[in-house]
Write a protein that binds this ligand. Structure first.
Ligand code: SF4
Ligand code: SF4
Length: 178
């Protein structure tokens, strides 16, 4: 059944890998923005962007935290750049059980880029002095029912994995500190 159409704002961060110099300022500001209270500390382990760095080859690849996935995927990605083969899953955006990246260090809950909700522009973009990151917005029409389903599926899989109580406790703790 087709639902009503609604406008959805699509936010995109474009990544120019050739411009990135691996300075990690994006990781610093992201983790600081998401500290509780805000800006009270910085710890790249809390950042929703991680820069895969290979200084000897001058390869730096910023990767954003994407969706949480409750189980490992069946296949693996392996990239070769400038003749070097990188570890499996190095450039994957998912928070998944097979690795430690994109997990909140204290609670173990998955991290996901929220585009710096409440800010005019993503802070990692602002702090990237060499313009390796740039921000764009556009509007698209989507069906309301589809949007709701996506939201519910995400919450359900988190609750199944960590338990609803842990999710609620963490949200309560974070909103108290914020
Ligand atoms: S701030 Fe920009 S140049 Fe520095 S690591 Fe992040 S993306 Fe790369
Ligand atoms: S947009 Fe905001 S939340 Fe996402 S990685 Fe950049 S600083 Fe972090």
């Amino acid at each position: 059944m087709k639902g009503d159409k609604t406008k959805k704002k699509i936010k995109t961060i474009k990544i120019d890998v050739d411009k990135c110099n691996g300075c990690r300022a994006c990781e610093v500001i992201c983790s600081s923005f998401h500290a509780a209270p805000k800006y009270s500390s910085n710890n790249p382990a809390r950042s929703r962007i991680r820069v895969i760095r290979d200084p000897l080859r001058d390869v730096y690849v910023p990767v954003y935290a994407g969706e949480y996935t409750p189980s490992e995927c069946a296949g693996r990605d392996k990239y070769t750049i400038d003749g070097k083969e990188y570890d499996e899953c190095s450039f994957c955006r998912a928070s998944c059980p097979s690795r430690d990246v994109f997990k909140e260090p204290d609670s173990g809950l998955p991290l996901k880029c929220d585009m710096c909700e409440g800010e005019e522009e993503p802070l990692c973009v602002k702090w990237c002095l060499v313009d390796a990151l740039s921000y764009e917005e556009r509007e698209e029409e989507v069906e309301e029912a589809v949007e709701q389903e996506v939201l519910e599926t995400g919450l359900e899989s988190l609750a199944n994995k960590y338990g609803l109580q842990k999710i609620m406790d963490t949200v309560a703790r974070m909103s108290k500190k914020a």
